[in-house]
Design a protein around this ligand. Structure first.
Ligand SMILES: NC(=O)c1ccc[n+]([C@@H]2O[C@H](COP(=O)([O-])OP(=O)(O)OC[C@H]3O[C@@H](n4cnc5c(N)ncnc54)[C@H](OP(=O)(O)O)[C@@H]3O)[C@@H](O)[C@H]2O)c1
Length: 261
């Protein structure tokens, strides 16, 4: 099948107020896609919409918490009302927490699963009827390299991202006949506000120095993957290396991970 056309597509991007989501919304808009931008910080969304409009694009803001079903419904209704439908759903909103599992309160895993997994699942469920009427519809789930290989002090976060992978893989097969594509993006260390906005930080592994990529780099790779109809991308060199090493020798990676716990 030829490359998918982004121009004149209609997208909803969750977590569009900063980082990777913001960069994806901008990249889509630059390529002629109309975008609904959803997140809690309305001032950030308004600034993004202005930037998109200054580039000649179309953007609509929906402010609210992705864990709220009414907010998810508002985001989808905005795509229908303003753009006449939906072709691309970017499930990107996410939060992190870091520190040992043993001393963490049960709330921590509940919050991470609620934002990173259940909201993504329920947004997908609500969007499917619209997507099925869309043009070359695609669901993009932003996971993490920690959804391919878990790391110490990230047990709950890794679990939430592994869940995204499992859900996405099953859904891709289920939706194949209906023409709805499912792309999983597994970023590695990316320069965003993510690390300053952990919901809890009670400890962290002292990893050896490793570089970070920009949110714009991840966004360009993501939009390119949407065009190509890819199933999965890992826009981070060390992430690809880690996954490969883990496939060749999970025992060795376990030993390395244990050193940093
Ligand atoms: N940065 C990395 O190194 C990295 C690596 C792997 C995976 N990721 C994943 O990439 C995605 C984007 O993260 P980022 O790095 O771009 O971090 P970020 O700059 O902190 O962006 C997170 C986005 O999610 C939104 N969000 C969080 N909780 C929300 C809620 N309850 N309701 C609505 N929106 C919510 C935030 O907006 P508001 O606060 O305004 O609501 C923000 O727009 C996440 O899923 C993250 O797990 C990041």
């Amino acid at each position: 099948m030829p490359n998918r056309e982004i121009k004149n597509s209609r997208a909803v991007v969750t977590g569009a107020s900063s980082g990777i989501g913001r960069a994806i919304a901008l990249e889509l808009a630059k390529q002629g896609c109309k975008v609904v931008c959803l997140a809690r910080r309305e001032d950030r969304l308004q600034a993004l919409a202005k930037e998109i409009e200054s580039l000649g694009g179309d953007a609509v803001c929906v402010a609210g918490d992705i864990t709220d079903a009414a907010v998810r419904a508002n985001g989808l209704a905005a795509a229908q009302a303003n753009f006449g439908g939906l072709d691309i759903l970017i499930n990107n909103a996410g939060v992190g927490a870091i520190g040992p599992f043993e001393t963490a309160a049960p709330d921590r895993v509940r919050t991470l699963m609620e934002v990173n997994f259940f909201s993504l699942v329920e947004m997908t469920r609500a969007a499917l009827p619209l997507l099925k009427r869309g043009r070359r519809p695609t669901i993009v789930n932003i996971s993490s390299i920690l959804g391919r290989r878990a790391a110490p002090h990230n047990s709950e976060y890794s679990a939430s991202k592994f869940a995204v992978h499992g859900f996405s893989e099953a859904l891709r097969a289920e939706l194949a006949k209906s023409g709805v594509g499912v792309l999983v993006v597994s970023p590695g260390t990316t320069e965003t506000e993510f690390f300053d906005r952990y919901i809890e930080k009670t400890g962290a592994p002292q990893w050896p120095k490793h570089g970070a990529v920009t949110a714009e780099y991840v966004a360009r790779a993501t939009v390119r993957a949407i065009r190509r109809g890819s199933h999965e991308i890992t826009p981070y060199f060390w992430g690809k290396f880690l996954v490969l090493l883990n496939r060749l020798s999970p025992w060795l990676v376990d030993q390395i991970m244990a050193r940093y716990a």
